[in-house]
Every structure is written in C-alpha cells, then in structure tokens.
Design a binder for this molecule. Structure first.
Ligand code: C2E
Ligand code: CA
Length: 529
C-alpha cells in the first residue's frame, strides 16, 4: 500500500518543479489549518448557540407561564351587565402581570367585560384556545394573545416588546433568534413575519408545556462562521498551520534521509541524466540481428556512470521505476524514429512487474508502438521472473490490451524464479529469456546444462521462443546453435551500445562475423560506447 502511494506520489511529483511541489505542500498545510479552525469555530459557535437558545427558552417560558397564571385568575372574574366590578378585577390582573396590556372575560351567557374602558369591542376569539401572535394591533406593535375556553372565555394580551427585547439580547452579530408560533414568527426587528423555509434551517427548541405552542429558532449564517474561522480564531489557525508545517517538514526530512538515492534518481530523470543503450539479439543459426534490448544508463553529474544493477533496484525501492521507464520509452521512441529497422525486428524494453499492473502502461506504449509499426517492428516487454506478476484483474486486462495492440511479452531471467508451466500459460509469454548463469555454466555445471537442454522441448510444448542471454564465447554459441536454440544475446555478438554505435553495428555487417563456428569465422570487437 505504502509502495503504491509512493509510486503515485513519485509519478505526479516528478513532473512539476520542486517549487511547485513545495508550494502545493504549503498550500495543503494552510488549507488543513483553516479547515481545522473552521471546524473549531463551528463547534464553538454551535455550543454558544445552544446556550443562548436554552437561556432564551427559559426566559420566555417564565413570561408565558405568568400570563397563563393570570388566565386562571381571569376565569374567576364574575361578569355582569354593568361590568364595573369585573373591569376593576381585570385591570388589577393586567397590572400585576408583567407585560400584560389588556384582559377580557366573556361569560357563559355571552356578556363581555374588559379591563380597559376604551376597548369595549370583543375581538374574534377562535374556539380552539390557540395562542395568537398579532401584528399591528392598536399601536402597530406586535402583540401576543393567550386565551382559554371553558365556562366562557378568558383572554389576556401581552405587549410584544418584552419578547422582542429577549430576542435582541439572545441575538448577537450574525446570530439571529426567532420566536415561532404556527405559521408566523416574531423577529428581533419587532415585527411578525409569515413563516418561511430559511427559518426552519436553524437550531430549534420547543418551549415546554403550557407554552409548548412556541418554539425558539436560532441561526447563524455560514458567512459569519467562515469569517470567524479566519478572524476570531487566529490562534487555532496559527497552531494548525504550525502543526501542519512541522508534520510536513518531519515527513520530508524522514523521506529525504531514508531515500536520498530516490531523490537523486528523481532529479536525474528531471535533468535527463538517464539515457539508453541497445544490445543486439541475433539468430543462433546465422548471427543475423533480429532484435535489440533497450538498457538504461545513468551518467550522474558528480559520480559519473552508475551501474544499472545498482540504480535499477534503487529506483524500484524508491517507487521511481515507473517514471524512469516512462521517460526511457519516450526517449527510445524519439531515437528509433531515426533508424531504419529490418522488418519483424523486435525491440525489448524492461518493465517492472508493478508497471504491468497500471493501465497507464497501455497509453505509455502507444506512441512507441506507432513508430515501430511504421517500421514493421515489434515491441517486446520484458518482465523479470524475479518478481511474479500480480494476479490482479487489472494486470490481466493491461496484458490483454497490450496483446491486442500487438505487443509481445518476454519472461526475463528465466530459470532463477519459480515460474512453472501454469504461470507461463496464464500470462501467455511469447519469449523466455534464459538467465545468464545457465550459459556460463555450460561445460562446468552438468545440472544447469541439462536444464538448459530440456528447456527447448518445454518451450516447443508451450509454443514460446527462447532467447539465451550472456553468450560470451564462440564455444557457447556453437553449443547453443547445434542444440537448436533460436535467438542469442551476449557480449560475443555485441555489448550494449549507444544508438549511433548500434546503427553502425547493424549496417556495417558486423553480424556477418557472427555466423556459426561451423562456418569458421572469428570474433569481432563489439563496442560499448
Ligand atoms: P537484463 O534484463 O538481464 O539485461 C541484460 C544485462 O546483461 C545487461 O546488464 C547487459 O549489459 C548484461 N549482459 C548482456 N550480455 C552479457 C554477456 O554476454 N555477459 C555478461 N556478463 N553480461 C551481459 P545491465 O545493462 O547492467 O542491466 C542489468 C539489469 O538491469 C538488466 O538485466 C535489467 O534487469 C535491469 N535493467 C536495465 N535497464 C533497465 C530498464 O530500463 N528498466 C528495467 N526495469 N530494468 C532495467
Ligand atoms: Ca532484460
């Protein structure tokens, strides 16, 4: 998993310049810090909102509870046609009830008495005992009316100012408080508004019975949370940024310390320090060059040429083998454009097993394939037996897609791993490249020689072709040719060389010197640079 992440990181981190990478790292730190601060602000505001709303609920409940108590006293007022005594009693209830402005008692026979001589009209009193929030009563201000139906009707009216004051106290900055009653609500602006959807999105508390018909809604705008996260809590923001920076720095340091070769390789790819050598592959029978293997080379600006058996494993460990291969493929594509190749010529590229599990490989190969197709040449991807191919659906699909595009697959270093017939069949290799040790063991190690001899039969059964690597002497070539091996590769025919040397080598008839020993030709020097 970690390796996968590293591979992905290296794939995408390689292309931009370091400044871009560091800016992106810093930006992500700042973003993390700000998100953290936003979360803290939101949580703190939420707690404050809860506290405010519960305080407001208590205060309103208290007020309405007193008005409800007054209604009980109004129930006991005896109504008579003259209304003098009832008016006095009602006026005393109004005086002793906070914020009460008016009281009314309607007897069972319909006789009505009010606390106020100037208001003799009997308002419409719905029979369900609802609490009403009225707007624009006599002085244009909001009014709360509580009424009770029983033996007649009792009603008390409270001025809205007291409630508006409470709402104003509860609200602060961008926090708004509303007192909701049915399809209306009272806002801190002192007005009664018809209910709308935005109010329903706030934090809502219902008042306990008997004030249960009310609910309190408190809201805070997102803009103020955003603003608060930046302005009100610079401490959180700063701490989070510092923590992010420390974390990023320590991660970077660990990564650099653990994997400084990795950074060198990444730098090398960026600076185009890697280049390619080509090693011929020839027919055993006539020594005719039928293909080439591309081999990576690294010329380090300080350390000079670095051996590929050192930097390839390092690149694999650092998760950089894929970007390196991708770079080499692009380079080979450019280089081979300039070379005329014999028809059917195969170009072998070494691919790490993990690369075959990446669908991007198909894309990576497309441009090279187009160039090779023009030359009627074939692309062969060499995967080592050292690391078994991952048995994932993706890998099988990638292999299948590559096959459909005409790409061939070679199992490299054959003989050192554990590839059995099933493995070979499952992945459908076209070539087996026998590990060098088998050739160098010829005449010295009969066990290995026997295995090599038996390989031809197995390869015929499996329908794969064998390429024997590491051929260094005429004797080895003789032996292999007589045994019937088809393709050979080794210093005896040609060392890995630059493209220019390879071109000269290919067309100067050097291969003529490499016909079987039976023909009796001598050895020519193959050049490395
Ligand atoms: P390989 O795939 O087995 O490549 C052949 C290696 O054997 C090359 O070593 C070549 O120089 C060497 N060789 C060829 N003929 C002879 C011979 O007659 N005698 C002896 N003693 N050696 C011979 P090189 O270039 O050092 O590469 C070493 C390994 O590094 C390669 O082994 C391959 O596994 C890996 N490699 C090289 N280039 C790449 C690359 O671009 N990608 C990947 N994934 N691996 C690469
Ligand atoms: Ca190889």
């Amino acid at each position: 998993m970690l390796k996968k992440v590293r591979t992905l990181w290296s794939r995408y981190a390689l292309s931009p310049k370091p400044a871009v990478v560091y800016s992106a790292a810093l930006a992500s730190c700042l973003l993390t810090g700000w998100l953290l601060s936003l979360l803290v602000t939101w949580q703190q505001d939420r707690t404050e909102l809860h506290e405010r709303v519960s305080l407001l609920t208590q205060q309103l409940d208290q007020q309405i509870g007193l008005a409800n108590g007054a209604l009980g006293r109004i129930d006991g007022v005896p109504v008579s046609a003259a209304c003098d005594l009832p008016r006095q009693m009602l006026a005393s209830v109004v005086q002793s009830t906070p914020h009460a402005r008016y009281a009314l008692r309607v007897g069972a026979d319909g006789t009505a008495c009010t606390s106020d001589l100037s208001r003799q009209d009997v308002p419409a009193l719905p029979g369900d005992g609802r609490v009403l929030l009225l707007s624009g009563s006599r002085d244009g201000k909001a009014v709360l009316r509580l009424q009770r139906h029983g033996y007649g009707v009792s009603m008390i009216e409270l001025g809205g100012d007291a409630f508006v004051n409470l709402l104003q106290q509860a609200a602060s900055g961008d926090m708004q408080a509303y007192m909701v009653l049915g399809e209306q609500y009272l806002a801190a602006d002192g007005k009664v508004h018809p209910m709308d959807d935005s109010i329903g999105q706030g934090l809502s508390y219902s008042l306990p019975a008997p004030s249960g018909q009310f609910s309190i809604v408190m809201q805070e705008s997102w803009l103020s949370v955003l603003e608060g996260s930046l302005l009100r809590r610079p401490d959180t923001l700063l701490l989070a940024v510092l923590a992010g920076l420390v974390l990023a720095w320590s991660l970077l340091r660990r990564e650099v310390a653990r994997n400084s070769t990795g950074w060198e390789i990444a730098q090398g790819i960026r600076n185009r320090e890697f280049f390619t050598h080509y090693q011929p592959i020839v027919t055993a029978e006539h020594g005719e060059c039928v293909g080439v293997e591309v081999l990576a080379r690294w010329r380090h600006p300080v350390q000079g040429a670095i051996r590929s058996d050192l930097f390839i494993p390092a690149a694999e460990d650092a998760g950089l083998i894929v970007p390196l291969t991708r770079y080499l493929i692009r380079r080979v594509t450019k280089e081979l454009k300039q070379v005329a190749l014999p028809p059917g010529f195969f170009v072998g590229i070494n691919i790490a097993a993990e690369h075959l599990g990446m669908p991007d490989l198909v894309e990576d190969c497309k441009i090279l394939l187009a160039v090779l197709r023009e030359k009627k040449a074939v692309l062969v991807l060499e995967v080592s037996e050292r690391y078994p191919l991952p048995e994932h659906q993706v890998t099988h699909r990638v292999v299948q897609d590559l096959r459909q595009m005409g790409v061939k697959l070679a199992l490299d270093d054959f003989g050192i791993g554990h590839a059995d017939r099933n493995y070979l069949r499952r992945w459908g290799f076209d070539y087996l490249k026998v590990e060098k040790g088998y050739v160098s063991a010829l005449g010295k190690d009969s066990f290995k020689t026997n295995i090599l001899d038996g390989l031809l039969q197995t390869s015929h059964q499996l329908g794969v072709q064998v390429i024997v690597k590491g051929v260094e002497t005429q004797g080895q070539q003789n032996y292999l040719s007589v045994k019937g091996f088809e393709f050979l590769q080794g210093f005896y025919f040609g060392k890995p060389m630059t493209l220019n040397h390879f071109r000269q080598w290919l067309y100067s008839g050097i291969t003529q010197d490499r016909v079987p020993a039976a023909v009796g030709l001598g050895r020519a020097e193959a050049t490395d640079r």
